[in-house]
Design a protein around this ligand. Structure first.
Ligand code: SAM
Ligand code: SF4
Length: 325
């Protein structure tokens, strides 16, 4: 399926829960957010029905996210069901990694191909502060579990915030030297509580410059498996790579290939736009695949040409964990 701007839409990000076992400062407000009642969250079979309909109009890749997808009951069953849907050839997950030691091997068996794990610092105390209580050692166990289970390639999502962890850019990039890890620096976005960090944006160009100067030249490489928006580079001799996701300083909307499904069943044409098409209500009154397909096509038609975050066009009502990051 192509949208009004001739972009092929083949990727659906599915938020399976708005709950999380961490409270990252740029993602959730200090008081936390009010979680949706269980009944408001899509059931596993409902998510499966939506993905089946989406696959019939060309969705090929699914990323499970949240909130924290590993706190969702039935996550392994969901992965197994999705892996049996004809047309879906890539199932991935974005996770904070804390629960991976308990799930990595069974998820791999169920059909999960790979994971992105979020990690913004290599310092115990700072990790505790950024995540409001998380333990860095647990994430390292999660990364090791993912590597051991063969969930390759393992990508690391790193949000750099000025004055918080910008002095760790080089150390984080160095992780790619000796381990098969792909470190992706993500520019902080003014979504939800990201607003509180508006002064914290460190443009990717500045991060690249730091790495070039401090460690060695970054040579461009082809995209690492998965066709997301990151641009990848390798430091000479490194096992892994370093990538940059420049949603703020150099948006990549012209190649956007995705839709997002919130945990409460809203289909979003764009992360930065608060418009949603409700799929839960029709599903619960018995909508069949044809009706779902029509609604999915409506969402594709609604995709804007680009985001306007710099002009204040962001979702201030919902934070990242509620939309699905
Ligand atoms: N809980 C999982 C995790 O942390 O990986 C999945 C959901 S989380 C919302 C997905 C990604 O969004 C994480 O890598 C997180 O760092 C990123 N994120 C959250 N709020 C953000 C913001 N305001 N700007 C940029 N990235 C953000
Ligand atoms: Fe939870 Fe992920 Fe948001 Fe952190 S970024 S609070 S781990 S959903």
């Amino acid at each position: 399926m192509r949208d009004a701007y001739r972009r092929e839409i083949n990727y659906l990000r599915v938020s399976v829960t708005d709950r999380c076992n961490l409270r990252c400062v740029y993602c959730m407000p200090p008081e936390g957010v009010e979680f949706l009642p269980h009944d408001e969250i899509l059931r596993v079979e409902e998510i499966e029905a939506i993905i089946r309909a989406a696959a019939s109009v060309g969705i090929r890749k699914i990323r499970l996210t949240g909130g924290e997808p590993l706190v969702r009951k039935g996550i392994k069953d969901l992965v197994r069901r999705i892996s049996n849907i004809p047309g879906i050839d890539d199932i991935t997950m974005t996770t904070n990694g804390i629960l991976l030691p308990f799930h990595a091997a069974t998820l791999k068996k169920a059909g999960l191909k790979r994971v992105n794990i979020s990690l913004d610092t290599l310092k115990n105390e700072r990790y505790r502060e950024i995540t409001r209580g998380g333990k860095l050692a647990s994430v390292w166990k999660g990364i090791q579990a993912a590597l051991d289970a063969g969930l390759h390639p393992v990508k690391i999502n790193t949000v750099i915030t000025r004055g918080v962890n910008d002095n760790e850019v080089e150390d984080l990039a160095r992780l790619s030297l000796k381990m098969p890890l792909h470190i992706r620096f993500i520019e902080i976005m003014p979504i939800g509580d990201g607003n509180a960090w508006a002064g914290g944006l460190v443009p990717a160009s500045e991060i690249m410059e730091k790495i070039n100067r401090g460690i060695g030249r970054l040579d461009p490489v082809d995209a690492i498996e998965g066709d997301g928006p990151a641009r990848y580079y390798r430091i000479a001799g490194a096992e892994g790579t370093v990538g940059f996701i420049t949603a703020m300083s150099d948006h990549f909307c012209e190649t956007c290939n995705r839709l997002r499904l919130t945990s409460s069943g809203g289909l979003r044409p764009c992360l930065y736009d608060s418009r949603e098409i409700d799929l839960k209500t029709p599903l619960r009154r018995g909508a069949g695949e044809k009706e779902l397909v029509d609604l999915i096509m409506d969402a594709i038609d609604m995709k804007p040409d680009r985001h306007h975050m710099h002009e204040g066009w962001t979702d201030r009502k919902r934070v990242m964990s509620q939309i699905g990051g």
